[in-house]
Design a protein around this ligand. Structure first.
Ligand code: SAM
Length: 201
C-alpha cells in the first residue's frame, strides 16, 4: 500500500497556490518553466504527461500537444483545467492509470518532494513512455554546500511548512538510470535541480 501524504493539504492551498509559487520562486518562475519545457519536443501530435500538474504551471505552456495532466488533488486539477486544454485525470503518481509506452514525453515540476516514494514515481513516469520517450523533472533538492543548506532550511521552514521530503541529486540521477533512463543530465538553478533524459530504445 502506497502512502499518500498531501492531497488534503493541497485542497486548502489550491486557491492561493499560484500567487504563493510566484513569490516563493523569487522571480525565477518563468525561467525555470522554460528551462524544463526546453528539454522536450513540443509540437502537435506529441502525447505529453504532466505528472502532479497542480494548478497547471507547466500545462498552460503546453497548448499544442496532446496533453494529459494528473494530480491527486481535485482542487489543483480543476484550476489546471481552467488554464490548459487536455485530459485531466485524478491519479496517484505511484500508480499512473495508463498503459505502458503510450506517451512521447513526461514532465513534472516541484512534485517529487511531495510523494512518499519518489523512486516508484520515476519508475511510473518511465513506464508510460514509449522507447526513446523524453522525461524532464524539476524540484528543490537536498543541498551539500553550507550556504545552500541554510537557504534550504529557511525555504523548508517558511515556504513548505516543514512538510517536504527532498530527494538528493544522486538519488534523482540513480532513479532515472534504474528506470531505464539514458543520456541523463542534471543542471542546478539555485536550490532547484532539473534532470532530464530519455527512455532506452
Ligand atoms: C508543489 S505542487 C506542484 C504543482 C505543479 N507541478 C507546479 O509546479 O506548480 C505539488 C503537487 O503534487 C500533487 N501531489 C502530491 N502527492 C501526489 C501524489 N501522490 N500523486 C499525484 N500528485 C500528488 C499535489 O496535489 C500538488 O498539486
Amino acid at each position: 500500500m502506497v502512502e499518500v501524504r498531501s492531497h488534503g493539504f493541497f485542497r486548502f492551498l489550491a486557491p492561493v497556490y499560484d500567487i504563493g509559487a510566484k513569490m516563493a520562486m523569487l522571480g525565477r518562475y518563468e525561467r525555470l518553466r522554460q528551462q524544463l519545457l526546453g528539454k522536450i519536443e513540443i509540437r502537435k501530435g506529441r502525447r505529453v504527461l504532466d505528472m502532479a500538474s497542480g494548478t497547471g504551471y507547466l500545462a498552460e505552456k503546453l497548448g499544442v500537444v496532446d496533453l494529459v495532466c494528473t494530480d491527486i488533488s481535485l482542487d489543483m486539477l480543476t484550476r489546471a483545467r481552467a488554464k490548459a486544454n487536455g485530459d485531466f485525470v485524478l491519479a496517484d503518481a505511484h500508480r499512473l492509470p495508463f498503459k505502458a509506452g503510450v506517451f512521447h514525453s513526461a514532465v513534472s515540476s516541484f512534485a517529487l518532494h511531495e510523494v512518499s516514494r519518489p523512486g516508484v514515481v520515476l519508475d511510473e513516469m518511465f513506464r508510460i513512455l514509449g522507447p526513446g520517450g523524453e522525461i524532464a523533472v524539476m524540484d528543490v533538492v537536498q543541498q551539500t554546500r553550507f550556504s545552500k543548506k541554510i537557504l534550504l532550511e529557511i525555504f523548508h521552514t517558511f515556504v513548505e511548512m516543514r512538510t517536504a521530503n527532498y530527494v538528493n541529486m544522486a538519488q534523482l540521477k540513480e532513479g532515472f538510470r534504474a528506470a531505464d533512463g539514458v543520456n541523463v543530465q542534471l543542471e542546478m538553478f539555485g536550490l532547484v535541480a532539473l534532470v532530464w533524459g530519455k527512455k532506452r530504445v
